[in-house]
Design a protein around this ligand. Structure first.
Ligand code: HGY
Ligand code: MN
Ligand code: MN
Ligand code: MN
Length: 415
């Protein structure tokens, strides 16, 4: 017997929770909520309150991941994990990450309230560092949960020079406790995440929900170009070693490489710092980032080599120095076929087909795949706009997604 669901009411509740969480920001003008900040603390406390209201026991691990537990079969039973992240990019949309946490809490609250019992438990997880926008790492909270946290992350520093370690201690955590955040792989059945699609496919297909087949791999690089400062008014163009123009030519080279790729490669220069930064001085040093993604890890790695060659060729021609550091790489992760089928059946219970689709965006499932099988449910994204304040998903689509999670859990028998 299926739990009766009021999808419109579920969607309205989800939308209200997204608004409330979306109002927790470092700025009144836009949504920016970084890892281990006072805003992260406030968001984590709100999520913990929602978990308790849903009747879940709540804990928090050494990296601040908030966990809501439903253990009808006792704490030692295997468990299903459902979650997403509550950190954001700068000037973010309200749905990226937050939606998966909100829908997981709503779905689990319905299951608990219906008095269902299962020979397994379910934890809802709210990760605090998926975006990697404060420290030059990403997926570090889910990495700790998956038992693959890189201790080197602790030495990383944010834009103000604060180390990850110091920020963690200031947040009230002890880095020595990080290993204890990992689940026992023998006790975890799977990880499932609902997430706004962040692309235009479901909207173009006229579908509210989709099932993810794979999560694209990504490389994050920092490129430092050094030239020679000089007077903007006196140095002839042919005698300049302008670090900014070199960096600009390298950025265009990355664009050209991505456009020539046949696996949907995308290249993004999201951040650029110019020194000395005076209007009348030829730039002597530029540091910029490159985010490179592709559905094929082989083509992404080939593209990295091609970019490196191009960057050095440009630097040599312009009499510049260039240092490239690929500081982060995450491989393409396939979503588990069995979970894809289970999610699709759950959505079919609601009368929708849930088309299959890859994810160009990265997700915590890439870290969680080191712990257990991973499945993802996508929710239609208006205009495909994300990492942008205009990001939007409708209450009806979110209500359907929450209902799909309920049906997924109802149907979920131990494999
Ligand atoms: O960058 C990404 O793909 C994700 O939003 N962290
Ligand atoms: Mn994001
Ligand atoms: Mn996200
Ligand atoms: Mn500077």
């Amino acid at each position: 017997m299926s739990v009766p669901l009021d999808i419109a009411a579920l969607g309205a509740r989800a939308a209200a929770m997204i608004e409330e969480l979306g109002a927790i920001s470092e700025s009144p003008d836009h949504l920016t909520r970084f890892f281990l900040t006072p805003q992260h603390r406030r968001a984590a406390d709100l999520v913990a309150t929602w978990m308790r209201e849903a009747g879940l026991d709540v804990s928090e691990d050494a990296l601040g991941t908030v966990r809501g537990h439903w253990h009808p079969a006792g704490p030692g039973a295997p468990r299903l994990l459902i979650g997403s992240h509550i950190d954001t990019v700068a000037e973010a949309g309200k749905y990226d990450g937050a939606m998966g946490v909100v829908l997981g809490i709503l779905a689990l609250g319905i299951i608990k309230k219906a008095g269902l019992s299962r020979p397994y438990g379910i934890d809802v997880l709210a990760f605090g560092d998926e975006e990697g926008t404060r420290f030059p790492t990403t997926l570090s909270a889910s990495a700790a949960v998956a038992g693959i946290f890189a201790p080197a992350s602790l030495a990383m520093r944010d834009a103000d020079g604060v180390s990850y370690r110091d920020a963690l201690i200031a947040y009230g955590k002890n880095p020595d406790d990080i290993p204890a955040a990992a689940y026992d792989p023998n006790k975890v059945i799977a990880y499932v995440e609902a997430h706004i699609e962040q692309g235009p496919v479901l909207e173009a297909d006229g579908e509210p929900l989709g099932v993810v087949t794979a999560i694209a791999g990504a490389s994050r690089l920092s490129i430092t170009v050094t030239g020679e400062a000089g007077h903007a008014g006196t140095v002839p163009m042919r005698m300049r070693h302008d670090a900014l123009l070199g960096a600009a030519e390298m950025a265009l080279a990355a664009e050209k490489i991505a456009k020539a790729d046949r696996h949907g490669m995308v290249a993004t220069v999201g951040r650029m710092h110019i020194d000395p930064g005076s209007i009348n001085v030829i730039p002597s040093r530029v540091v910029f980032t490159l985010d490179l993604r592709s559905g094929s890890d082989v083509s992404r790695r080939e593209a990295l080599e091609r970019f490196e060659r191009e960057a050095h060729r440009i630097a040599d021609l312009r009499g510049l120095g260039v240092v490239i550091s690929a500081f982060h790489e995450v491989a393409t992760v396939p979503c588990y076929r069995d979970l894809q089928l289970r999610l699709r059946n759950a959505v079919a219970d609601l009368g929708h087909p849930a088309p299959s689709m890859p994810s160009g965006a990265g997700h915590d499932g890439q870290a969680m795949s080191k712990l257990c099988p991973v499945g993802m449910l996508f929710v239609r994204c208006r205009g495909g706009i994300s990492h942008n304040p205009a990001e939007y998903a409708s209450p009806d689509d979110m209500g359907l997604a929450a209902a799909a999670l309920v049906r997924f859990i109802e149907r979920f028998q131990l494999p």
